[in-house]
Design a protein around this ligand. Structure first.
Ligand code: AMP
Ligand code: MG
Length: 637
């Protein structure tokens, strides 16, 4: 099969100009107001009614003639004769004459003859005699016909996005349906490996994220998404799906199969059926994007990587939807903030996902293949093609994602239920990147974490401080945390009895490289090897599954529980939670490395207080203990 090469990438500016010219015409449909939120109004809306439709009272009190109260005062109230009572919703005819009053509820129609309402607080009634202690002026406490909305008045403009306030206004003039613009955007996800969320995952398969993420992104722009589902990497099936979508929709998006890999055929299909406007844009992430036109339907092939797909959507598809609907992009908050660390870039324009923690910007990219990049990020910064390096401390502009709450503290490193407990107890919002202890040390030395969570043992059995000494880290402290029982995790009906069992062919699920728990197992195996008169490497060679690498304690337990492995190595707390058996092998020390310059900030003080308090000791899960070192701050290694 012929391979496509990206010889000439379209520049971002050219691509923007290109999509800026694309417009499609939406239809107008009547939509019940209950379902109209987020849609764009197709026409100006005028009111057919007055709101309120009658003069009504805005207070509980008495309808009176104002002039009858002019002489009233606290010491010398006026006396009126109370003749009736009008509840809200009452349509009967009443009349107030000189010297009279009628009791009236909030929202009830003002009776003829009356021109003001005295608040109940300023009166005293006994049988039909009413004493009024304060004067009212004409019109006081009365909302006049049409004073809110007048018949014939334009209440909403065309192209307004419908939110709670707009829909409230429509309801209050009695409209049950509203004409909105309908721009149907079809979504086709391609890939033999894709399955629908909810289905059982099998080896080599991944869940289709793009259909759902893109669908919401379309709604956020005011468009109407239509999910066509998953199509296999098969030219005939893709063409069939594309034909249907082109017939039914105003814009069609596909995801996957746009790059230059063998079997990536989407760009060729678009080329055959219509016209390719561009294939390949000089932007990261998301270079392999196709923009084409089939039967006057803009057809955009988004990259398969979920992060790339969403970024490209925001950059090049959202403008088409906005322009076609005649709306401005919804307001995106931009904040100026300072780089907490340097970022290397260069070559291509880049939309770089970042976290924003207490005004500092940190890179949040793992690889563009991970959708969690976006959920761990607070916004993006745009890096120009010629920028090679952005220095720590330089000011940048962050375009925030909608609805994000910026976290209080950034934790990187080993994963532990104890940190979840600390988050709950402090009431702070942690951004926790569970990447293993090694990544924690790297992040704290690079300045991209506030706290590194670490449990890294050295050959002598020292936890964490020797690593800090070796890395020669000066501007950090080591805060001792707590101890955790680590050991073998297995199912009751498939028991193991000790580390020696690992070399008898049982299948092990190990933790990821760089995790402290994996390092601890390695050390214990070294000790066992010495006892057996062999070397650790010899021992490891005979362990089935030693090279596996699960990222969390919980996923180790899942693997054992589903019998994909016989034994795992991890926390007693995790084994307990999963209902698995546990044999203790060793205890580790789970500690926190904190930047010195942060020790005085409120968030860190709250964190340290929580770590040292009695409630924390009590609430730690089974197999985890505070000890005399807990909370101790060590500043030289
Ligand atoms: P492709 O462009 O088809 O080569 O896809 C690039 C990467 O994105 C591959 O790792 C795909 O498995 C992944 N991918 C493609 N489509 C989706 C999707 N709908 N949801 C999540 N991942 C996807
Ligand atoms: Mg694919």
């Amino acid at each position: 099969m012929q391979r496509k090469e990206f010889r000439e990438l379209t520049s971002v500016e050219d691509a923007r100009v290109l999509v800026g010219k694309i417009r499609v015409t939406p239809k107008t449909v009547k939509t019940p107001i209950e379902k109209a939120a987020g849609h764009i109004i197709a026409e100006d809306i005028f009111s057919n009614v007055d709101v309120p439709a009658f003069n009504r009272s805005v207070k509980d009190g008495y309808a009176v003639r104002a002039k009858d109260t002019y002489q009233a005062s606290e010491p010398q109230p006026c006396e009126l004769r109370c003749t009736a009572s009008i509840p809200a919703g009452c349509a009967d005819d009443f009349f107030v004459d000189d010297g009279e009053a009628i009791e009236i509820s909030t929202g009830a129609p003002i009776p003829d003859g009356a021109d003001a309402v005295v608040m109940v607080e300023n009166t005293k009634q006994s049988s039909d005699s009413l004493l009024v202690y304060q004067p009212v002026h004409i019109g006081e406490n009365i909302m006049r016909v049409g004073s809110d909305i007048m018949k014939g008045e334009r209440i909403l403009r065309k192209n307004t996005r419908l939110g709670s306030r707009e829909i409230g206004v429509l309801a209050s003039i009695g409209m049950s349906e509203v004409p909105v613009k309908r721009l149907l955007v079809g979504i086709i996800s391609t890939g033999d490996e894709l399955i629908r969320p909810g289905e059982k995952i099998e080896a080599g398969r991944i869940y289709d994220a793009n259909s759902y993420a893109t669908s919401v992104a379309i709604e956020e722009c005011g468009g109407t998404p239509k999910i066509y589902g998953i199509v296999a990497d098969d030219a005939a099936l893709m063409e069939e799906a594309l034909d249907r979508a082109i017939m039914e929709c105003d814009i069609v998006l596909t995801s996957g199969s746009t790059s230059a890999g063998v079997g990536d055929i989407m760009y060729r299909i678009i080329e055959e059926k219509g016209k390719t406007l561009t294939h390949g844009i000089a932007i990261k992430p998301g270079k392999p994007v196709v923009i084409g036109m089939i039967d006057n339907v803009p057809t955009i092939g988004l990259p398969g990587n979920p992060t790339s797909a969403l970024s490209i959507f925001n950059e090049f598809v959202a403008p088409i939807i906005h322009n076609s609907l005649g709306v401005r992009p919804s307001f995106k908050t931009k904040v100026r903030a300072v780089m907490g660390t340097g970022i290397r870039s260069g070559g291509r324009e880049e939309l770089f996902p970042v976290g924003l923690v207490r005004g500092k910007v940190y890179p949040a990219d793992k690889t563009s293949g991970a959708i969690t990049t976006l959920s761990d990020a607070d916004g993006i910064i745009e890096i120009r093609a010629h920028t090679e390096y952005i220095k720590a401390g330089s000011e940048v502009e962050v375009t925030m994602f909608g609805n994000v709450t910026s976290p209080d503290l950034m934790l990187v490193g080993g994963q532990c239920p104890g940190t979840d407990l600390l988050e709950e107890m402090t009431g702070l919002v942690f951004r926790t990147l569970n990447m293993g202890s090694s990544a924690g040390f790297t992040a704290i030395s690079g300045g991209t974490a506030d706290i590194a969570c670490v449990n890294m043992v050295d050959p002598q059995g020292d936890f964490n401080s020797s690593v800090l000494a070796k890395m020669n880290l000066k501007d950090v402290v080591l805060v001792k945390g707590y101890r955790r029982e680590q050991g073998l995790i297995f199912a009751a009906d498939n028991p193991v009895h000790g580390l020696e069992n690992l070399i008898t062919g049982v299948r092990l699920i190990n933790r990821n490289r760089g995790s402290g728990t994996r390092a601890l197992l390695e050390r214990e195996l070294g000790i066992l090897a010495a006892k057996m008169g062999t070397t650790r490497n010899e021992l490891i060679k005979n362990i089935n599954g030693y090279n596996s690498g699960s990222k969390t304690h919980r996923s180790v337990c899942d693997t054992v529980r589903s019998a994909r492995a016989d034994v795992g190595f991890g926390l007693r707390a995790a084994a307990d939670e999963a209902g698995l058996e546990f044999i203790p092998v060793a205890e580790d020390e789970f500690d926190f490395v904190i930047r010195k310059d942060l020790l005085d900030i409120k968030e860190i003080r709250v964190f340290l207080d929580a770590l040292s308090c009695e409630e924390f000791s009590k609430r730690l899960p089974p197999g985890m203990y505070t000890y005399e070192m807990t909370g101790r701050i060590i500043s030289s290694f």
